[in-house]
Design a protein around this ligand. Sequence first.
Ligand code: N2P
Length: 374
Amino acid sequence: MSPEVPPPTRRALLRAGACGLLGVAAGGCGFMPAKAPDEKDLAPVRARVDGDLVYFNWADYVDPSVFKGFEKEYGVKVVQSNFDSMEGMVAKLNAGNRYDIVFPSAKWAQRLVRGGRLRRIDHSQLPHTKNVFGAYPYFADPWYDPGSAHTVPFTAYKTGIGWRRDRIGDLTDSWRDLWSDKARGKVFLLDDRDEVLGMGALELGLDVSTGDPAALKRVTSLLGTLRPRLRGFSSDSYNNLLNGNAFITQAWSGDMAAMLNQAKDPSVFGFQAPKEGTPINSDCYAIPWNARHPGTAMLFIDYMLRPENVKKNIEYIGYPMPVAGTEKVYAELVRPFPECLVTEADLKADLFFRNGDRAAEDARDAAWTRVKAG
Ligand code: N2P
C-alpha cells in the first residue's frame, strides 16, 4: 500500500499552486485544471486494456482477491496507493498526480464533475451496470452527477456510533452518548471536517451542511464541551475499537460491519444510528480526466460489478453496494447490526453533505480548525 505513483513534476506542482488560487477566484468549485481539459480528455472511452491500473482509494476498501482476479484475467498490474480523507485525495489530484481510478464520496464527485475533472462514462460499455442503474433509480440520476454521466456508485453508508458494550454498557440512541462519562478519555471522532461538524449540527437540530457562521458558532461551542473528553480524531474506527483504544467512536456503518466480521466475540460491540439523524453518503468510481489508462479503468469497474466480485467485496469491506441481487448478502452480513442497512428511504431522507458556496466552505474550514485546535 505504498504510493507508487510517480511524483508530479515541479512544473505540475507550480501549476497546481497557482490553480488553487485561481480556483477560488473562479467561483468556489475549488478546481482549476492545470491545463483546461478539452473534449478529448472528457469523452468516454471504450473498455479495453490500455495499461496497468493506477488505483487510488481508501486502504482495505476492496477485497485483495478481487485485485488478483483482475490482474490475472487481463494481464495487468494494479498499482495501488491510498488516501485517508477526501481532502487528501483531491490534494493529490490538484498536485498533478495521475490516477486511472479514484473513489470520491457524493459531494466530492459533484465538485470534480463541476470542475471538469472527470471523464464521462459510457454505461453501454459496462454490461454489469444494468444491475445498478436498472434496479436503483436513485443512482441512475443522483443529485451529485446527473444521469451518473461521470460516476458509477460503489458503496453506500451512514455515519453513526460504534462502541464496546463490555466497557460502557448500553447507549441511549443519541449522539449525546459520545459524552458518556464512562467513556471519558476513550472517545474518538472521525478525522473528517464534515462528519464532525455534521454530528454537532444534528445534535442541535441544524442542517448537516450548514455554512452559516452563527450556526457554526453554536456547533463549535457544543463540540468544545466534547473536546476534553476525546482521545483523538481518527477515521480508523475499526481498529480503534478492536484494540480497545476507543470505548466509543463516531464511525461509518460499513467499517463497523467489517469489524463485526473480524471480532472474536461480536456481542462485545455495538453500532447505533442515532435518533437525531445520521449523515448518509455514497462513494463512487470515477476516472480522472488525465488518467493514462482509462480503458483499463472501465474494465475494472465492470469487473468489480460482476455478482461474484460484489459479494466478495461486500463481505470483505462491510459496505452495501447498490447492485441488484446482492442485497441478501449484505442483510445476512449485518444481521447483528441491522442499523448498518442503508435503504432507499435513507437515501431520500437526504442527509448527504452538500457543497456550499465559497463563503460557506470557508466558514466550515475555519470551524473545523477551531474544533481541532481545541
Ligand atoms: C475506510 C473506508 C471509508 C469509506 N475504511 C468512507 N468513505
